[in-house]
Design a protein around this ligand. Structure first.
Ligand code: CP3
Length: 344
């Protein structure tokens, strides 16, 4: 197996920098569109053979160094008692948003082998054929709670923050339940065979650093502590999107690797992480709309910026956009491999 990614996760030296792209299996790939034209998104997530097929597509097409399980962060939330729909134009929708104590009471913890067996089956299938490591993942409690409370995507998270401020006991009760689900879900994925886990905190940047420490961070810390007790030790990546104004708080999460968006200079981020942690990311997904030359130059700039980190996993600072030309994504991957191989 190509072990460059896992060596980098461990902070060991590598011949070149590993690279993958968040949302690397997705709509920008004609091969994905072809599978997706026959089934809706939730069916794709729930059919292990198809989920495994699209997980592998970018490994072959882009030559990335790691695969990420094809699924969604909202998959384990549905069996808690939430009615989930993926709308073609509005994104994810929960038809029964959580607003009251009674709504929280009505939710339940999940048991992954019985409630989301297709996720674990997809992992087992992938582990039989993949030549690169496999990343499992979960949403972080705050990000999942925003979807549950708002009933979908949101701009200002008013319902979430109203609950936080007006009914903090309720909010904490929900966070506690979601955290127990995330922990069990990640441990089940590790048992099924994933090599690394990533925790996506996509909306935590909506919080002040103070509120982050009070309402979100303790739950991430607890999950990471619990995942570290797994029979099989795996590296843990924490990706807090839009959090460059609170690196001092984020780095207390206890992760092995911290994901970075593009809103922070990577050298500065490495310093703010005390040059102690492996970093991942930093390439603006929109920079893939440049030319071969601008992509090359941007890859070089980011690789150089990360040189004082124990290691660097090259990635975008957020998911690849559906409009992205596949050839530009390939050019980025090739540039990472070529430049980092020469420079080391
Ligand atoms: O990275 C990968 O290739 C693995 C698959 C993956 C998906 N979603 C597939 C997906 C992963 C890791 C996610 C995580 C996810 N899902 C996050 C965290 C990362 C982030 O982007 O901040 C969030 C917030 C979600 C929730 C979600 N899922 C939204 C808001 C949407 C709609 C927006 C959109 O891009 O359409 C989804 C749908 C979704 N998840 C798609 C894919 C490939 C598009 C579905 C389609 O095929 O129509």
């Amino acid at each position: 197996m190509n072990d460059v990614f896992l060596r980098a996760c461990a902070g060991r030296k590598t011949d070149y920098k590993p690279v993958w792209l968040m949302r690397q299996a997705g709509r920008y790939l004609p091969e994905y569109q072809k599978v997706r034209s026959k089934v809706d998104f939730l069916t794709l997530c729930k059919t292990p053979e198809l989920a495994a097929e699209v997980t592998m597509q970018p490994v072959d097409i882009l030559n990335v160094d790691v695969a990420i399980l094809f699924s969604d962060i909202l998959i384990p939330v549905e069996p808690m008692g939430m009615r989930l729909e993926f709308s073609e134009n509005r994104g994810p929708i929960f038809h029964n948003p959580v607003r009251t104590a009674a709504d929280i009471q009505a939710l339940r913890a999940i048991d992954s082998p019985t409630d989301v067996p297709y996720v674990l089956e997809a992992i087992r299938l992938l582990k039989q054929s993949l030549k690169v490591p496999l990343i499992g993942f979960s949403g972080a409690p705050f990000t999942l709670a925003t979807y549950m409370i708002e009933g979908g995507s949101s701009r200002n998270f008013i319902h979430t923050k109203r609950m936080m401020y007006q009914a903090p006991d309720q909010f904490h009760a929900l966070m506690k339940l979601v955290s127990s689900v995330v922990t069990e879900y990640l441990l089940a994925q590790i048992r099924a065979g994933v090599d690394t886990v990533q925790i996506f905190d996509s909306w935590v940047g909506a919080l002040s650093p103070h509120d982050f420490e009070q309402y979100a961070l303790p739950y991430v810390q607890e999950i990471i502590r619990a995942v570290r007790q797994a029979e099989r030790k795996v590296p843990i990546i924490y990706f807090a999107f839009n959090s460059s104004g609170m690196m001092d708080q984020v780095k207390k999460a206890g992760a092995d690797i911290y994901g970075l968006d593009w809103r922070i200079d990577i050298a500065k981020a490495v310093d703010q992480l005390d040059r102690k942690y492996v970093v991942q990311g930093n390439f603006d997904p929109c920079a893939l709309f440049g030319t071969r030359e601008t992509i090359h130059a941007e890859v070089q700039r980011i690789l150089e910026g990360a040189r004082y980190a124990p290691n660097h996993i090259f990635n975008l600072g957020h998911g690849i956009l559906p409009e992205t030309p596949v050839d530009n994504a390939k050019a980025m991957v090739d540039a990472v491999h070529e430049i980092s191989l020469r420079a080391l």
